[in-house]
Design a protein around this ligand. Structure first.
Ligand SMILES: [Zn+2]
Length: 85
């Protein structure tokens, strides 16, 4: 297997931030970021961009819609030990 190259890493950063990258790929990506500062900068940039977008979305989501989303998420979650508390 060849070493992960920067183009590949850039394509996978989005998946990585979504938590949708497989474990094997995540290990390779993190390893690459560890010794490639341009990619590290880009990953940080993407992460910041994401948190800004998320904050903006939350601020602009009407309360009733946010509640509907929350209950939809809740109904999909399996009942855990904390649900009883
Ligand atoms: Zn790189």
């Amino acid at each position: 297997l060849s070493e992960t190259d920067c183009t590949e890493v850039l394509q996978e950063i989005e998946l990585y931030l979504d938590g949708e990258l497989s474990h094997e790929r995540t290990v390779r990506l993190v390893d690459h970021l560890g010794h490639c500062s341009p990619c590290q900068d880009r990953a940080e940039f993407h992460q910041k961009l994401r948190s800004i977008v998320r904050a903006k979305c939350q601020a602009e989501t009407p309360a009733h819609l946010a509640e509907r989303i929350r209950s939809a998420i809740r109904s999909k979650l399996p009942p855990g030990p904390s649900a009883r508390a």
